[in-house]
Design a protein. Structure first.
Length: 87
């Protein structure tokens, strides 16, 4: 009987300050890329970003007894595309 359960992701809420800083970072990266100051992420970065996000989530765990349970249920959403061929 699949589907008889629900999943609750327990994560701390971001403070207003954290939300604003994330938004500022995102906008700064977009503007930097548009101006040509920051290169667009390459294939390696796109593949590694979901893995690094999972590693950061694990690094935030802080049980004093060192007991953890973590679900790797969802797969990272990325697609690897070959770079365009030179013309």
């Amino acid at each position: 009987m699949s589907g008889d359960y629900g999943v609750d992701y327990v994560e701390s809420e971001l403070s207003l300050r954290e939300q604003l800083l994330l938004e500022l970072r995102s906008e700064s990266l977009s503007l930097g890329q548009a101006a040509g100051l920051i290169p667009a992420p390459g294939d390696v970065e796109r593949v590694l970003d979901p893995v690094l996000a999972q590693a950061r989530a694990i690094a935030r765990l802080n049980d004093p007894r060192g007991l953890y349970a973590y679900c790797w249920c969802s797969q990272p959403n990325f697609s690897f595309r070959a770079p365009p061929s030179p013309r």
